[in-house]
Design a protein around this ligand. Structure first.
Ligand code: ADP
Length: 281
């Protein structure tokens, strides 16, 4: 598989503060890659460097084969989509007029607007003024704007923060569909459930350092609890995953006393706390 993002020993200093401390990772074509970390861990700094909005201090960065610090700006921006909280949409224009403005900016035929509105499920509000939309709908307009020029690589910085679960779910559905059609997605979030739902691989960022990087499943297996909860008529009890635990479960089955058995799977949030000693919020 081809890497679309390659980062090696990336360091970023703001005056003397080290916001990124020699981080390394790659993102493969077709992946949804999650960058998880609490506020202040360096997520936005990383996105800004990868999207050529900020220069880095040292290390090696390649995005779509070029160095974003040195790429010709307009050409580079034409190949990527970036969704951050500074959305740059206009409240007093309709959804359609907002998108038409960006079509002209990107040189995209206006016929594309309907396709994109369909993708983000906003066709019914095509002519509604942006100022009249809910926060979740506005975020979908911003997403529509981000994908107008069909970028092969999409950067999303906290795309569902401050959205309710229904609207978050809708955005996640759209992202999954886009990914199925081939868009590579780099997503930052402090919402572990979102990462669990969407991401093929995740990196845990803590204080400017990556403390783990793998698929959610591999992380759960590696850092998972070594115990199982069994339920009998007497109640629930925790059984260790070892020889004695297996004997006990076998015994309960033979005596027909076993009602239920559950593995104690940690969430990505539990693993983050285990690795870093702090939560994601
Ligand atoms: P996150 O996106 O994970 O919340 P940021 O990348 O915004 O984290 O910030 C990482 C660290 O860098 C934080 O300690 C933050 O205070 C610091 N930082 C971010 N931007 C600047 C800046 N322009 N000047 C100085 N420090 C900054």
């Amino acid at each position: 598989m081809q890497s679309v993002i390659e980062v090696e020993n990336l360091e970023k200093l703001y005056n003397k503060k080290r916001a990124l401390k020699k981080i390394s990772f790659t993102v493969q074509q077709g992946e949804i890659f999650g960058f998880l970390g609490p506020s202040g861990s360096g997520k936005t700094t990383t996105v800004k460097i990868l999207t050529s909005q900020l220069l880095y201090s040292s290390g090696r960065v390649r995005v779509l084969g070029g160095d974003p610090g040195k790429s010709r700006h307009s050409e580079f921006l034409g190949k990527i989509g970036v969704l951050t909280d500074n959305s740059g949409t206009y409240e007093r224009l309709s959804v359609y007029d907002n998108l038409e403005l960006f079509c002209r900016l990107y040189g995209v035929p206006v016929q594309r607007i309907d396709t994109v509105l369909d993708e983000v499920n906003l066709m019914d509000d095509k002519h509604t003024l942006l100022g009249r939309l809910s926060k979740g709908m506005k975020q979908r307009v911003t997403l529509a704007r981000t994908i107008l020029h069909k970028p092969a690589l999409l950067f999303l910085d906290e795309p569902t923060s401050a959205l309710d679960p229904v609207n978050s779910g809708r955005i996640q559905e759209t992202l999954r569909a886009m990914n199925r059609q081939g868009t590579t997605i780099f997503l930052t979030t402090h919402n572990m459930q979102e990462a669990e739902n969407l991401c093929h691989r995740v990196a845990f960022l803590n204080n400017g350092e990556i403390s783990a990087l793998d698929t959610p499943l591999a992380l759960r297996l590696k850092y998972g609890d070594r115990s199982i909860t069994v339920t009998t008529k007497e109640g629930k009890r925790i059984v260790e995953k070892n020889e004695a635990g297996a004997d006990l479960i076998r015994d309960l089955i033979v005596r027909d006393e076993l009602l239920a058995i559950h593995s104690n799977e940690p969430t990505l949030g539990d693993i983050f706390v285990e690795l870093t000693g702090r939560g994601l919020e």
